[in-house]
Design a protein around this ligand. Structure first.
Ligand SMILES: *Cc1c(COP(=O)(O)O)cnc(C)c1O
Length: 361
């Protein structure tokens, strides 16, 4: 049997056009070209403008290419926090970002929720010396999402910088970019691309903050220092030799997503998610939604408690050419995690749901 359809939450199924785009890239020898030449600048620029259009990003925001979301955590902290950051922690990814801050020697304020829950703005009271708040829109380890309205509401109660991890949700959420300062994602989740490219969106407040820290004599990092990234981005380039192939593929896949239309992508995401939650609600089923409060249920990562082991489920799915994610960390053996990304067609999702219904106990 050939490789399965990956419903794993990252890396995940490749967007269906990626194979053809890789072929095009090889024929044009894209991986061999200079990252300082016109050809490169042209598709770097197209990736940026396509993302702007797809996400409705204001023109004064910048789009920067780094290596991963892990790197963006470190760069965001190094470039904008001189003293103290605050973190909303409700799972493994938000916790890792928090631990980066303490490892960098920063003071931190940590607000926590149990796994499977997320935050409302009214839960959050920040200490007066917090400079930046790190929020996770979609906690991929548990399938708990913070509603976009609750993220926007933070602006009224906090004047520092608001960073949003939307790694496993963009382009699904529709952000009001006047209410946040930065968003980031990596391409191996919802963009259906190979791993190794992180995308960092920043507004002028973030840019100004780095310059202030630098003027004060604080180190704000090295080759991916924000002012360096921005100076190169002006020219549709990066400070280092970047992931040229993946930036090319991003320029192509974003075009495909634009052709499909963001409205259609969002509608399909919601329809597929509803069908998965209906499956989890079946009376005699073996799946239960891990996130109990429907307000916090993710549309892009559906996590279910399972009374049949994930390895048994995947063994049976394998014969049908499908694979789901097992639980994260401590939940390895009693959760499955199902990615619901633009690469997963409504038909494929229907087939997965049928297959999950027929698992033998
Ligand atoms: C996958 C993921 C990350 C890490 O992404 P990398 O590209 O591996 O650095 C961070 N946050 C969330 C919510 C994720 O799902």
């Amino acid at each position: 049997l050939s490789a399965p359809i990956y419903f794993t939450p990252g890396p995940s199924e490749l967007y269906p056009t990626v194979g053809a785009h890789i072929q095009t890239a090889l024929e044009a020898k894209i991986p061999a070209i200079s990252h300082r030449g016109k050809t490169y600048q042209e598709f770097h620029g197209r990736a940026v403008s396509n993302l702007r259009e797809l996400l409705g990003l204001p023109s004064d925001w910048s789009v920067l290419f780094l290596s991963s979301a892990n790197e963006i955590w470190e760069r965001a902290l190094q470039n904008t926090v001189g003293h103290k950051s605050a973190h909303l922690v409700n799972g493994s990814f938000s916790k890792k970002c928090f631990s980066f801050a303490s490892d960098l020697g920063l003071q931190t304020q940590k607000l926590t929720k149990p796994e499977g829950e997320s935050f409302r703005a009214s839960d959050i009271l920040l200490e007066s010396d917090v400079e930046a708040l790190f929020v996770t829109h979609n906690e991929t380890s548990t399938g708990a999402s913070m509603p976009v309205d609750e993220i926007h509401a933070l602006r009224k109660q906090f004047s520092g910088l608001i960073f949003v991890d939307a790694v496993s949700s963009l382009p699904y959420p529709s952000f009001d970019f006047s209410k946040i300062d930065s968003v980031y994602f990596s391409v191996q989740k919802c963009f259906g691309l190979p791993a190794g490219l992180g995308v960092w969106l920043v507004n002028n407040r973030v840019k100004d903050r780095q310059l202030i820290l630098k003027e004060k004599g604080k180190s704000t990092g090295t080759y991916h220092r924000l002012d360096e990234l921005l100076a190169q981005a002006e020219k549709n380039m990066t400070p280092e030799t970047p992931n040229v192939l993946n930036i090319f593929l991003l320029s192509k896949v974003t075009e495909d997503l634009l052709n499909k239309g963001i409205g259609q992508i969002r509608r399909e995401t919601e329809e597929k998610a509803s069908a998965l939650y209906v499956l989890c609600a079946e009376e005699n089923g073996y799946l239960r939604p891990f996130v109990k409060d429907s307000l916090f249920r993710s549309a892009t990562t559906i996590v279910a408690e399972t009374s049949i082991s994930p390895s048994e489920i995947n063994k049976q799915l394998a014969s049908l050419g499908m694979a789901v994610g097992s639980g994260y960390g401590n939940f390895k053996d009693n959760h499955i995690r199902i990615a619901n990304f633009p690469a997963h067609s409504p038909l494929q999702m229907e087939q997965l749901i049928d297959a999950l219904k027929k698992i033998n106990r």
